[in-house]
Design a protein around this ligand. Structure first.
Ligand code: PMP
Ligand code: GLU
Length: 376
């Protein structure tokens, strides 16, 4: 047999998916594992969104759609970005993707050449570096400072091969929100060195303190920024696989080619659900956000009571816990002895930390924390 792809061999599996698969296997074998390893709202998708997709199915919206997405959804996304994010785009700069993860992949495939460097600011989500690698690029890491903000040290990793910087606010895994000064600094680096910026704003609506700022709205950043967002987190639509991006007009044709030769287009009827999400009543988003905030207060309170230091839980739905020492061993201990699945910080470039998602139901969080207390 010939050997498989060396590029893929060099890519790490998704730690969140590995942990989630492991806990599913344990559950299937009869063990009551509480999975806090994957960030996924346990709420059902709001009924008016599901109904819009059902109506679309019954209407016969079951054929291929345009590769960039149906015009009605691209218009709804453009309206949303103008309204909520002060990002001045038209639907010509929008593409609908199979989740925000697909948007990250498409961006890397369309923008990177072999050997191009992409700055990843740690702690960072598990799929950024692999998406860079799959596209032939190289991730170069720098770190947030002790306040979980970007500082001047980002300049130290810039070389003549740097092509792009990734920012993610509110952050997975830390829950921290990047302030205006962090984003201005990133914008300055991008302008000074002629870099693209990928801004992953999937947790935008889940924010408890501070305000969300889109880097695409700062100065002239729009012309070099790909703003990525989606429906999974704000509207509890993880299984729909629906996301989108706004990109510089010159990049769109290349990004479209990646879509045309891979997924082709996103599920047509799912896109009608996306329109209902963006254009419908937003009370459901606020109701879920409030409930996440309640869970956050509970989880952070319990962890602090147990003597743990946690990152600022300003947004998203993760508690990022400083456990010190070997985080992989601690996560294994929690899984094997407490039957609580969590993701070790090493997977996010942050050894010594563990991430738990508080998007699980409150009763499960209570039991999980009791069990963690017992094994600690
Ligand atoms: N970006 C971040 C930071 C995430 O946490 C996730 C969650 N999977 C994604 C992108 C992708 O989300 P989805 O593909 O479900 O839209
Ligand atoms: N983004 C979520 C997480 O970090 C979902 C899993 C994934 O796509 O990695 O847990």
């Amino acid at each position: 047999m010939k050997s498989l792809s060396e590029t893929i061999a060099a890519v790490a599996p998704s730690a969140t998916m590995v942990m989630s698969n492991r806990s599913k296997e344990m559950i299937a074998s009869g063990i009551d594992v509480i999975s806090l390893a994957v960030g996924e709202p346990e709420f059902a998708t709001p009924a008016h969104i599901t109904q819009a997709a059902v109506d679309a199915l019954i209407r016969g919206e079951t054929h291929y759609a345009p590769s960039r997405g149906i015009s009605e959804l691209r218009q709804a996304v453009a309206d949303k970005l103008n309204r909520d994010n002060h990002i001045a785009v038209t639907q010509r700069e929008i593409m609908v993707t199979a989740g925000a993860k697909d948007a990250v992949r498409i961006t890397m495939m369309a923008m990177l050449n072999k050997g191009d460097e992409v700055v990843v600011i740690d702690p960072s989500w598990v799929s950024y570096e692999p998406c860079v690698q799959i596209a032939g690029g190289r991730a170069v890491h720098c770190s947030l400072n002790a306040d979980f903000q970007v500082d001047e040290s980002v300049y130290e990793v810039i070389t003549d091969k740097t092509k792009m910087i990734i920012v993610n606010t509110p952050s997975n895994p830390t829950g921290a929100v990047l302030g205006r000064s962090s984003l201005r600094l990133v914008a300055d680096v991008c302008m000074d060195h002629d870099l693209f910026c990928l801004s992953d704003e999937i947790y935008e609506k889940l924010i408890y303190e501070e305000e969300h700022v889109s880097i695409g709205a700062i100065g002239d950043m729009l012309e070099r920024t790909v703003t990525i967002n989606g429906f999974s987190k704000a509207y509890a639509m993880t299984g729909w696989r629906l996301g989108y991006f706004a990109a510089p007009p010159d990049a769109l044709p290349a990004m479209d080619k990646v879509m045309q030769h891979s997924i082709g287009c996103v599920n047509t009827f799912a896109m009608w659900g996306g329109i209902a999400a963006l254009e419908g009543d937003q009370t459901c988003v606020e109701d879920m956000r409030k409930e996440f905030e309640r869970r956050k207060m509970f989880v952070i309170g319990r962890l602090t009571g147990l003597g743990f230091r946690t990152a600022p839980a300003e947004g998203a739905f993760y508690a990022f816990i400083n456990v010190g020492g070997d985080d992989v061993a601690t996560a294994n201990l929690w899984l094997e002895k407490a039957h609580v699945a969590a993701t070790p910080g090493t997977a996010f470039g942050a050894p010594g930390w563990i991430r738990i998602s508080y998007a699980a139901a409150m009763e499960r969080l209570e039991v999980a924390l009791n069990r963690i207390e017992a094994v600690m």
